[in-house]
Design a protein around this ligand. Structure first.
Ligand code: ADP
Length: 258
């Protein structure tokens, strides 16, 4: 009897220690995310001002700009915009991890103009890689409840990957409506994804496939993680099918209509 009481006391104590450790970890995690959020804010403000000054320079406010300097400043602008994109992505990730609301759904959002913009923005890159980028639409697509800016970011990441990881052939985007759901299919003829990698692709931050590293040394392994969380916040589903390495990949996104 005495031993039983002792044992119960020990279990209770162990449970309390574990509970305190968990609370401590949760606080640490929150503090880390708050720190990241504050840092992003302080980084974003001067960067936005840099972009503003560049616009003024290009607009002629500070006089005529020689073609050589213009070319250098355009590269500067591309890098600054890339940095702003990265900062915004990290901000989104910390918000997702804090369970904060990142998505504001609006009614009657149309997906075709979003894809037309994405295709316009990425067509040059596809051409530069010698591959095609095609958009196939169904006759009339219904509006959906969506956050157009965030949804564009998720879809952009998927199409951008298709281009990055394809050396021959290209990327085809198909839009369909099936059983009151909008289905987006992004199919490429590229590197493919092993069954093993498919399991963790959307949920592990900073994880990159071996083949991907060979094809693109500079990836960051956050595009699909963000896409997954954005689609989830739209009450949608995202998944990938691939027969394996070298056999292309098809990404599917399903979103509720109406
Ligand atoms: P990144 O492309 O920066 O590495 P992502 O999160 O966008 O990060 O993608 C994670 C990984 O998923 C990639 O490193 C790559 O291994 C794999 N992947 C994503 N899209 C494709 C694709 N279309 N074809 C082949 N592999 C892909």
């Amino acid at each position: 009897m005495l031993r039983e009481i002792e044992l119960r006391e020990k279990i209770k104590k162990a449970y309390e220690i574990e509970k305190k450790a968990k609370e401590g970890l949760k606080k640490l995690d929150e503090a880390k995310n708050q720190f990241i959020m504050a840092t992003q804010h302080h980084l974003r403000t001067p960067l936005t001002s840099m972009i503003g000054y560049l616009d003024l320079i290009f607009g002629g406010t500070y006089g005529k700009v020689s073609p050589r300097i213009k070319e250098a400043l355009q590269k500067f602008q591309i890098s600054t915009n890339r940095l702003i994109k990265v900062i915004n992505e990290f901000l989104d990730i910390s918000q997702f991890q804090l369970g904060k609301k990142v998505i504001t759904l609006q009614p009657d959002v149309h997906i075709e103009p979003i894809f037309e913009e994405i295709v316009d923005e990425l067509q040059l890159e596809a051409k530069a890689r010698g591959i095609y980028l095609k958009l196939q639409k169904q006759a009339k697509m219904p509006g959906i409840k969506a956050d157009p800016e965030k949804l564009k970011l998720a879809l952009y990441n998927i199409v951008d990957n298709g281009i990055k990881y394809t050396n021959e052939g290209g990327v085809t985007i198909k839009l369909k409506v099936e059983n009151s759901r909008l289905r987006i299919i992004v199919k490429d003829t590229g590197a493919g994804i092993s069954k093993e990698d498919q399991k963790t692709l959307f949920t592990r931050l900073f994880e990159r496939g071996k083949e991907a590293k060979k094809l693109h040394g500079t990836g960051r392994g956050i595009g699909l993680y963000i896409a997954f969380h954005i689609v989830k916040a739209h009450n949608g589903k995202i998944w990938v099918e691939s027969e394996g390495r070298g056999k292309g990949s098809t990404f599917f996104i399903e979103l509720p209509v109406g």
